[in-house]
Design a protein around this ligand. Structure first.
Ligand code: NIG
Ligand code: FE
Length: 413
């Protein structure tokens, strides 16, 4: 698709050359061009600059007067393929039960797994595509999706095949993660090692053969999987060509971050509980810390200490964690606003964390995350706003006028 945007009030997240991730003080710098043009050719960003240098072409032109353009959100952590919802558990929590108590009573991840095992691949696809279409309207142009609500060979592969079909049918950038080690299923209650062995020896070879995943993930947490389990899964994943990511430090600190760094994982996600040594171990590494503020909000658990981490020089990405238990929301606009309001990130830091750093955390920096020539034209055209600060300021709302994927406007639902 070819299109020329003219009179853009402010073109946000402009990078002449593709940068690596942003860390520490760099996160507070958000390069923009005021009164800009943006040319899209064949779905890719072809050119941009000041209006006075706007090329004369006869391609379709959109006058963006008083409106801004930024790259689509990159949501590097979701579980949006799932069956059914868990609003009963939500009410149980309101009435005083904790997330752990609900899980121990057969709720939680095992509840979702039971539902998913009984759901056909077609039904699962249909339920998931509704969520994908919803987040596209909310400005997400790149999204990672995890398995982990199957917990059997058939059901885990079913999830990954649904992700593959979504990837084939939608123009968003999608990455898939194998999260078989999300919880120990009831059949393996007293044989966690046997369960891990099944994941490694039975499922991983099929995933590799059919090229069903990019990443491998594990829930490294008290009551779920230990640091030893984490090492075992990450090493096995690597052998089968999968890059590591981990759920870690959500409720307790058991040394998972160090294990992740030693295994060169691409990202460590959650981090609601952070000790000084956890921050230290992440310094000068290629591992991206990922905060999930909607999860903290929904479960009323601490927010990731973004200020402490960024002030220590670390990078940070923001993602939704969209899932039926801890975060039934895939709204990146809310994530960005909450990061500013509750984690004291500046709008510049939050936008960088939700675009460039998010793209890094899903290995998609070559395609998305900034306004850079050659990248895919996945774009947000804002409503009429005075400054980009209005994006997080107007929390609970969004400032999206329209969304473009590969340069094509997505019809409003
Ligand atoms: O990332 N923490 C582990 N997994 C999910 C939630 C799982 C669930 O409750 O269904 C998360 O928050
Ligand atoms: Fe998660």
């Amino acid at each position: 698709m070819n299109v020329l945007f003219i009179n853009i009030k402010e073109l946000i997240q402009v990078r002449e050359n593709s940068v690596d991730f942003l860390a520490g003080k760099e996160m507070n710098i958000l390069p923009t061009i005021k009164n800009a043009f943006l040319l899209v050719e064949n779905g890719l960003i072809a050119d941009f600059g000041l209006m006075e240098n706007c090329p004369k072409t006869n391609v379709k032109t959109i006058d963006a007067k008083d409106r801004m353009i930024l790259p689509s959100w990159c949501d590097s952590h979701t579980h949006l393929v799932y069956a059914g919802n868990r609003e009963d558990e939500f009410v149980d929590r309101i009435n005083g039960l904790s997330y752990a108590e609900i899980a121990n009573n057969g709720g939680g991840i095992l509840n979702s797994a039971k539902k998913l095992q009984q759901t056909s691949q077609e039904d699962l696809y249909n339920q998931s595509k509704v969520r994908l279409e919803e987040i596209i309207q909310l400005g997400t142009g790149a999204v990672e999706m995890k398995s982990g609500y199957g917990l059997t060979k058939d059901a885990e592969l079913k999830m990954l095949r649904v992700i593959r079909k979504l990837k084939e049918n939608y123009p968003v950038e999608i990455k898939a993660t194998f999260l078989g080690a999300h919880a120990v299923p009831a059949e393996y209650k007293n044989n966690k090692s046997g369960y891990l062995q099944m994941l490694i020896e039975d499922i991983l070879p099929t995933i590799q053969k059919e090229n069903l995943a990019d990443f491998i993930d594990i829930f490294c947490e008290t009551g779920y999987f230990s640091v030893d389990d984490t090492n075992r899964i990450l090493k096995a994943g690597k052998k089968h060509g999968l890059v590591g990511k981990i759920h870690v430090n959500q409720f307790t600190t058991i040394g998972g971050i160090e294990a992740g760094v030693k295994n060169s994982v691409l990202s460590v996600d959650h981090l609601e509980e952070m000790r000084t040594e956890d921050i230290e171990v992440l310094k000068n590494t290629k591992t991206m810390p990922v905060a999930l503020p909607s999860c903290s909000y929904f479960l009323s658990i601490p927010f990731t200490p973004a200020r402490k981490m960024i002030d220590a020089g670390l990078p940070l990405a923001l993602a939704t964690d969209y899932n039926p238990g801890s975060t039934p929301s895939g709204n990146m606009n809310f994530v960005v606003a909450t990061a500013c309001i509750k984690m004291k990130m500046t709008p510049e830091e939050a936008i960088n964390a939700a675009t460039i750093n998010g793209a890094y955390a899903m290995n998609s920096l070559d395609k998305v995350g900034s306004i850079t020539k050659g990248k895919i034209a996945n774009l947000i055209l804002t409503k009429k706003i005075n400054s980009y600060n209005f994006i997080p300021y107007s929390f609970g709302n969004h400032q999206i006028d329209s969304v473009f994927l590969k340069g094509t406007e997505i019809k409003k639902s």
